[in-house]
Design a protein around this ligand. Structure first.
Ligand code: PEP
Ligand code: MN
Length: 361
């Protein structure tokens, strides 16, 4: 192993402990000039820790720009030599892993379309064999087990510096986002793998420049460890994902606008005040459980009446009345309609399950 590789590895080890870790660069490497100019402008901002670029691009339809291919790897290597920024690319096959390692790419990530395929993930994991840092993007479909399975495959290949990228989930039809964030899924992954840094990819979540800052701020508020944001010297003329890329100058502005938060502070007053409020929360959570349990006991009694009179469990009219009244009251109490809908659905389902058990008894 060359000294270049050793020092590169040490650098990544150090980077993995840094917070926040900012990764930026073009969606696709297009020309040597574009890669070098983007890298130099990004390095000059002083805000970026790692250079990303797509070399092989998984495109939805044929006939679009499918990436410059291995020809772009020496450009990245040169960009690293000039700026000192470690490099990161997406890989989808064993051959791509080998090519990337030949050109000293530091971090390889598995794209959302690849994470869905355990054969491909395994092929990549086998090709990696301890030689690189790997990050697993979430699969395009909201399947936590598939995401976790992908990460475990890479971990079993002996990769030490692992990470996660949350890039949102595709859905049918037009929504506010290109890929719905479904934050709760990323939070679950963060809780499941607390030792792995989790990056947010606002570019692929938003699909357009407008909301990048808002989504980045939300990620930082939720204690993400890093951001991966696409940038380009001439975003409007980018060969892929033109609408969502920003100039290095705009990236710098965004990094300056974000309110960076700490996970904790060494301040006794803060901790005491927080502890008091947390005790109140624990107390209320306990009361809510008691009340929900009482509610289900009443549902059991209703189930018994329905059974004795041979009546269906589901009474749409009654349920509609509950939704309207409770949601209206809840909204007046400052709860969001979205939360109320989810809460009422969950309570209703649990109530139906209770009554079904009575009916079947
Ligand atoms: C990308 O990062 O350019 C990319 C293709 O991402 P994803 O796998 O999230 O679609
Ligand atoms: Mn992209």
């Amino acid at each position: 192993m060359s000294t270049q590789q050793v020092s590169s590895k040490e650098k990544i080890q150090e980077l993995w402990a840094k917070r926040p870790i900012i990764v930026s660069g073009p969606c696709s490497a297009e020309t040597e000039e574009q890669v070098l100019a983007t890298a130099q402008q990004l390095a000059a901002t002083g805000k970026v820790d790692m250079l990303r670029a797509g070399i092989w691009k998984p495109r939805t339809k044929p006939g679009m720009f499918e990436g410059i291919g291995a020809k772009g790897l020496p450009w990245l290597q040169k960009a690293k030599q000039i700026t000192g920024l470690p490099t990161a690319i997406e890989v989808a096959t064993a051959k791509q892993v080998q090519d990337a390692l030949t050109f000293d790419v530091d971090v390889l990530w598995i794209g959302a379309r690849t994470t869905v395929n355990p054969f491909s993930v395994q092929e990549i994991a086998d090709a990696l064999r301890c030689r690189c840092t790997g990050i697993g993007k979430n699969p395009i479909n909201p399947d936590l087990e598939l995401w976790a399975g992908g990460v475990e495959r890479i971990a079993r290949a002996g990769i030490k510096n692992l990470g996660l990228i949350h890039r949102g989930f595709s859905s049918y039809g037009n929504t506010q986002y290109r890929n719905a964030p479904m934050w709760h899924l990323a939070i679950e992954m963060k809780l499941k793998y607390p030792e792995l840094p989790i990056f947010n990819d606002p570019s692929h979540i938003c699909g357009k420049r407008d909301n990048l800052l808002e989504v980045s701020q939300k990620a930082i508020d939720l204690d993400y460890d890093g951001l991966m944001i696409e940038s380009h010297i001439d975003p409007d003329n980018a060969w892929s994902d033109a609408k969502q890329q920003v100039t290095p100058a705009r990236l710098k502005e965004m990094m300056e606008a974000i309110i960076w938060r700490k996970e904790d502070v060494d301040n006794k007053d803060y901790h005491q005040a927080l502890e008091k409020l947390r005790q109140q929360i624990n107390h209320l959570d306990d009361e809510m459980l008691q009340i929900l349990s009482q509610r289900m006991k009443i549902a059991d009694q209703i189930g018994q009446y329905k059974k004795d009179n041979n009546i269906t469990i589901l009474q749409p009219g009654r349920w509609q009345e509950i939704i309207e009244k409770t949601a209206a009251r809840g909204e007046k109490l400052g709860l969001s309609r979205d939360f109320l809908n989810k809460y009422l659905d969950a309570v209703h389902l649990e109530s139906i399950n209770h009554q079904k058990q009575v009916l079947d008894a």
